[in-house]
Ligand binder design. Structure first.
Ligand code: UD1
Length: 426
């Protein structure tokens, strides 16, 4: 297995090109199941998770090709759905596999999806997805660890879906199903995350009729007649925020080219409150981390509040801030797995329930650490970039799921980082 070795203490300086957002790309890819018309995605990120989604889609009948790797283009076309089953092996690897449920059900009238089961950051059920699809006329059975969903003879029909709790994935699944359902659907308490809006934009380009983009209520006129579409994927606000945190924790200066500034307001506000200079210029975000780091109180929440996917990275920065900081994690119940690893680097953090208290220290020290989930792993990379000595980060497949060319991008802005096998050979 690979590990990443980082010798800390180098300020990150230069320009990092921000990729298309992983969390936008995954539902966009799943949307190609809705139609036999081609969908072309540009600014497509080459990641472990997008590869897993492409593998799953190919098994379902999607022809997924990357004609122009350099320009980051992904072409998807589904002449017909050849299978309606997403098996345990795939869903276990990537929870977002569940996003094929809505489109499969809408196009083929049935789908079988393995239940995702537990994962590193909590139980993460899919009850909201299932309840919403039931409102559109699906009958659902749970059997042998699988969800078996079936539409009535005439297919799904429009309906009123009111989510009891905001869910990004459930909103996306419902939206995709609704564009093919008969008649109108109203989705209330919909997630407003920019990636949901990006999906809606692509569906519009594909021929769908959706109103209320970016709001908590989406109106969908079903029975879409699809046409070929091309869509440029929204920039990755979490990748951009992670590199911004890198500039801050190393006292560096980074231009984040193509960062989606408008979608990052809460993250940029928190970075500013900790001491970053942040400017938005010509479509880029420029972060100056040369000031001293101040403690902050941060709470995660649904968009537009501070994203849970940036919580671990901000915690790494706060480990070196003067005074006591607090982070409250409101979205996932078990998302402090990085704490024990940061403590191994010398951080002082106490967790009580959903709150972490961080007492800033003068310095972090290199240590061997283990990645536990995607975003948690990046907090360890950040800790290692600031720590004295060489840290070794194991289980880097978590990082590869969501950060493209991480070492290359970091090296280009001055980090001393290499990937080796665990025995030290390169
Ligand atoms: C998406 C993102 C993930 C991000 C999360 C929250 C993708 C591929 N992943 O995940 O990176 O951390 O949004 O912004 O876009 N819940 C239920 N029942 C459900 C569905 C969700 O109880 O049926 C709960 C979850 O356990 C969690 C909360 O709702 O506590 C929010 O989850 P949700 O917004 O659905 O996250 P995902 O779509 O899985």
């Amino acid at each position: 297995m690979d590990c990443i070795r980082i010798r800390g203490g180098q300020p990150l300086q230069g320009t990092v090109a921000i990729d298309g957002a992983k969390n936008a790309a995954l539902p966009l890819m799943a949307a190609s199941l809705l139609t036999d018309q081609p969908v072309t995605l540009t600014r497509y990120p080459q990641l472990g998770d997008t590869r897993s989604m492409a593998d799953l889609l190919r098994r379902l009948g999607v022809e997924a090709t990357t004609p122009d790797m350099c320009a980051g283009t992904m072409g998807l076309v589904t002449p017909s759905v050849t299978s309606t089953t997403a098996d345990y092996d795939l869903v276990r690897r990537m929870r977002a596999s569940v996003l094929v449920l809505g489109p499969l059900l809408a196009r083929s009238g049935h789908a079988e999806i393995s239940l995702p089961g537990g994962c590193a950051i909590g139980t993460r059920p899919i009850d909201l997805h299932l309840r919403a699809l039931t409102e559109l006329g699906a009958s659902i059975e749970l059997e042998g660890g699988y969800v078996r969903a079936r539409a009535s003879r005439g297919g799904l029909r429009g309906g009123r879906v009111r989510f009891a709790q905001v869910s990004v994935g459930a909103t996306e699944n419902t939206l995709m199903a609704a564009v093919l359902a008969r008649g109108e659907t109203r989705i209330e308490n919909a997630a407003r995350e920019p990636e949901v809006t990006d999906l809606a934009r692509c569906l519009l380009a594909m021929g769908a009729h959706i109103e209320g983009l970016g709001t908590g209520t989406l109106h969908v006129q079903g029975d879409t007649v699809f046409r070929p579409a091309s869509h440029r994927i929204l920039g990755d606000r979490i990748e951009a925020g992670s590199y911004a945190a890198g500039a801050l924790i190393t006292g560096g200066y980074l231009r984040l080219a193509g960062a989606p500034a408008d979608a990052m307001t809460a993250t940029l506000d928190v970075l500013r409150s900790i001491g970053a200079g942040v400017e938005i210029s010509a479509g880029d975000v420029v972060v100056n981390g040369s000031g001293t780091l101040a403690a902050a109180d941060v709470e995660t929440g649904v968009y537009p509040a501070f994203p849970t996917d940036m919580q671990a990275q901000i915690m790494a920065v706060l480990c070196l801030a003067g005074g006591r900081s607090r982070i409250v994690e409101n979205i996932f119940e078990n998302r402090f797995m990085h704490v024990s690893e940061l403590v191994r680097m010398g951080a002082r953090i106490k967790v009580r329930g959903r709150t972490a208290e961080i007492d800033g220290v003068q310095r972090l020290l290199a240590a061997p650490v283990m990645a536990t989930d995607l975003r948690a792993s990046l907090s360890l990379v950040l800790g290692a970039l600031a720590a004295e000595g060489e840290s070794v980060i194991r289980r880097v497949y978590h990082l590869d799921r969501g950060y493209s060319r991480l070492e290359t991008k970091l090296r280009a802005v001055g980090a001393i980082v290499r990937r080796t096998s665990e025995d030290g050979s390169t």
